[in-house]
Design a protein around this ligand. Structure first.
Ligand code: C2E
Ligand code: MG
Ligand code: MG
Ligand code: MG
Length: 292
């Protein structure tokens, strides 16, 4: 729920068009300041290979360390930044930071994990998107195969005629795309055939009811069957309970993310999972992948 009860705070959940001009101006300047002052940071949530129990990927998740309001999750500012036209600069920062992180991890001998980055429809649809992406990869000497772009169904909807061109260009670059929050949008499924689309992420709202909710069971099984036929990898989101893990493993889902395995972590905390020192108990299910 919106924290509207807090005194003197902006209601971030109020649609920005309803916020008054002063509030919008304030937020624009706060977001700009955040970019300049380095108030953004990334957490990395492990994605587990369900069969081996090893971390095979991480998803970069944005956080805003607001000087007065403390740490804000993207739900409190991403949609607003989109409507204010500032998401491109933020997502560019995310991409640069993730690429720099991949480079650093390679240098310190971390395993070659896939790194997934969430991309807003607003930036993806921009004509300079693919070029900017290529530049970031070259600058940080990151091979395209290391990066996955997570795009929501809604973003696909908004792309229209340019979708295929953008996807083809990504495919030529060697970048894989994951359809995020699958099943929650209202778009057609034609985009599942687009080049570059290689992963389907089953939304947390369907994982919640596993293993007993008959509707969720039916939906998740159908999604997995469809993904298998299309040759797409599958990642289930929001796994919090062992029983959900067991169901998804038996149903043939490839990977899983969720608090059961790990919260989104600071880079240093993720790195600690890969060295031999004992890990905190809540992460005891996590088995770091062997060094090659
Ligand atoms: P998403 O990409 O679907 O990310 C999954 C969200 O679920 C994350 O929330 C993650 O922290 C949370 N989560 C993971 N495991 C569990 C679990 O077991 N239980 C529950 N209840 N939640 C879990 P977060 O970090 O607040 O991000 C929310 C959304 O904001 C993301 O959804 C994504 O759509 C967007 N987002 C995040 N980072 C970025 C970014 O850099 N750029 C853009 N454009 N959007 C971003
Ligand atoms: Mg995502
Ligand atoms: Mg998701
Ligand atoms: Mg989701």
């Amino acid at each position: 729920a919106a924290k509207s009860s807090e005194r003197n705070t902006l209601r971030f959940y109020t649609p920005i068009m309803q916020a008054d001009a002063r509030q919008r101006l304030q937020l624009v300047s706060e977001l700009r300041r955040a970019l300049i002052n380095g108030e953004f940071s990334l957490r990395y949530q492990p994605s587990m290979d369900l069969r081996s129990g090893r971390i095979v990927a991480v998803e970069a998740l944005l956080r805003w360390e607001h000087p007065e309001r403390g740490e804000l999750p993207p739900g409190e500012f991403v949609a607003v930044a989109e409507s204010l036209g500032l998401i491109r600069r933020i997502d560019e920062w995310v991409l640069q930071t993730a690429c720099a992180q991949i480079r650093t991890w390679d240098r310190i001998g971390m395993p070659s994990l896939r790194v997934a980055v969430n991309v807003s429809a607003r930036w993806l649809a921009h004509p300079a998107f693919v070029e900017g992406l290529g530049r970031a990869l070259r600058e940080h000497q990151v091979t395209p195969q290391r990066l996955v772009l997570e795009i929501t169904e809604g973003a696909m909807l908004g792309l229209g005629d340019d979708t295929e061109r953008t996807m083809r260009a990504l495919h030529e670059l060697g970048i894989e795309v994951a359809i995020d929050d699958f099943g929650t949008g209202y778009s057609s499924m034609a985009y599942l055939k687009l080049p570059a689309v290689s992963w389907l992420k089953i939304d947390r709202s369907f994982v919640t009811g596993l293993p007993h909710g008959t509707n969720d069971v039916a939906i998740v099984e159908a999604m997995l069957a469809m993904a298998r036929s299309l040759g797409l990898g599958t990642i289930a989101e929001g796994i919090e309970h062992e029983a959900q893990h067991q169901f998804l493993l038996k149903a043939g889902c490839d990977e899983g993310q969720g608090y059961l395995y790990s919260y989104p972590l600071q880079p240093a905390a993720l790195e600690r999972l890969f060295n031999p020192r004992p890990v905190p108990t809540r992460l005891s299910l996590v088995q770091p992948r062997q060094q090659p």
